[in-house]
Design a protein around this ligand. Sequence first.
Ligand SMILES: [Zn+2]
Length: 111
Amino acid sequence: MENQLTRQEKKAMYNKKYREDHKEEIREKKAIYNKKYREDHKDELREAKVIYMQKYNPKYREEHKEAIAEQRTKYLEKKIVCSCGMTVIRNNLTQHLKTKKHIRALDEQNQ
Ligand SMILES: [Zn+2]
């Protein structure tokens, strides 16, 4: 057990020394990795940023009011397939879930 601890300690010390000796190199590698990551995930990151700005930046919201409203409309008017198998407009989903059609369709599925 004692041996193992020593080995772990040695490893920790080695890692620490390695990090110190290769500080610049590691930083560079990290920067390259981050850059590559940003390039590979450009679209996702941009979308995430837009969503973040819409949520938390009132100035952004004010400046892009129309675009945001339009996006929201598009989102709500998108057709989706309900669990009952029917295609509904997302905005109508809550209402659709209460319709007899939906309930009957689900009943039929469950039988
Ligand atoms: Zn349904």
